[in-house]
Design a protein around this ligand. Structure first.
Ligand SMILES: [Zn+2]
Length: 368
């Protein structure tokens, strides 16, 4: 059997693989290499090795190149979307210069065969473009004039011809039910050429780790906060966004639904990293790492949450987001986890996987 430890080629800035990265800047993430087989053999087990590295712990995030994981454009053209829903979100710039991704203002469901093809191809734009540090920073300062963002987000079976690569590890067993985007992969499709889409500043629910693999199209540009600056970040956000003061859960920052400009982060003296992620590359986020993303054009990515081997669901100190604490119930709470004592043979209530406190409900996670 192949030893996967040896498959991890470390290529920190300066070493062989990093040399051909034109955009490897001082702001960049630690960068490594892996293979498709590594992901197939067990995504969580593979990423756990990186999670134990000091460089990754320090910045809370890393980039891993997975040669061959990108979709051939030709292959992608053939793909037919199944029950895809394109959500249209409104974007509002506020006085602080952040943008708020407000409620969904519309959704288009692909219905007829004619409309089930993805519009044209996802011709990969900007692949060779080099960004300087200041240009990278400006991607998070200048949100343009667009007031809408179009994002197609859904289970991987949206592309029936696509075989998912990512696995959530022991998270599957920990959760009482499958939650697409958490325990099974989700596809994130930015479908409109020349339109940027954004993912708000957030960390994963329940402090799960996450992985996001760009499959085709324009790069994703990631910004992550150094974990040592999390407390300062939360303090500053509470100071400047009064609406956060009524939120009492462990994931209050997510309630902002906003992309925070680098100008503000600099002013607040918060350390962050910015990394361009192209097709065939993935970003791995450690538990509790805050991040926000801009998609530079139309692209496709697969993403999932995960728990490492031996990791437990959040401790009693984790404050789940719920009606009582935050006046909303969008996020995962304790009711989604398998209760201790439940077994494959049956729980106290005689079902294989009993939900702890909640009744059966639609566990669909609201993501942006
Ligand atoms: Zn909350």
């Amino acid at each position: 059997m192949r030893t996967r430890a040896s498959a991890i080629a470390v290529d920190q800035s300066g070493s062989k693989n990093a040399e051909n990265r034109k955009d490897q800047s001082s702001l960049g993430f630690p960068t490594f290499s892996g293979s498709i087989q590594d992901l197939k053999d067990g995504t969580a087990t593979f990423l756990h090795k990186f999670a134990q590295m000091d460089t990754v712990k320090e910045v809370g995030i890393c980039l891993i190149r997975v040669p061959g994981a990108e979709l051939e454009i030709l292959e992608f053209r053939k793909a037919i979307l199944k029950d895809g829903v394109m959500a249209i979100f409104e974007i509002e710039q506020n006085a602080l210069g952040s943008i708020k991704i407000t409620n969904k203002i519309g959704a288009l469901r692909s219905a007829g065969q004619k409309n089930r093809r993805l519009a044209k191809d996802f011709q990969t734009d900007n692949q060779e473009q080099h960004w300087s540090d200041s240009e990278l920073k400006n991607l998070f300062n200048d949100f343009g004039t667009s007031t809408e963002q179009f994002y197609m987000i859904g289970p991987t079976w949206m592309l029936p011809e696509y075989e998912p690569l990512l696995d959530s590890g022991s998270l599957k067993e920990a959760m009482a039910t499958d939650i697409p985007g958490v325990t099974s992969g989700y596809l994130y499709i930015s479908p409109v050429p020349d339109k940027r889409t954004y993912t708000r500043l957030h960390k994963e629910d329940c402090d799960f780790a996450s992985v996001n693999l760009v499959l085709a199209g324009a790069p994703k540009v990631w910004l992550s906060i150094e974990p040592a600056h999390n407390t300062r970040l939360k303090l500053q956000l509470r100071r400047h966004f009064p609406e956060l003061r009524n939120k009492k859960c462990s994931n209050t920052v997510s309630h902002l639904n906003s992309v925070i400009p680098t100008g503000l982060l600099d002013k607040w003296k918060i350390n962050y990293r910015i990394q361009v992620c192209r097709p065939g590359e993935l970003v791995f986020t450690m538990p509790g790492t805050y991040h926000q993303i801009v998609n530079l054009g139309r692209n496709v990515a697969e993403s999932i949450n995960l728990m490492f081997p031996g990791m437990n669901p959040p401790s009693i100190h984790y404050l789940y987001c719920n009606e009582k604490r935050c006046n909303t119930a969008e996020a995962i709470d304790g009711s989604y986890f398998v209760r201790e004592g439940d077994t494959e043979q049956g729980s106290l209530h005689g079902t294989k996987r009993q939900i702890v406190e909640g009744e059966d409900r639609n566990p669909k996670k609201h993501k942006r």
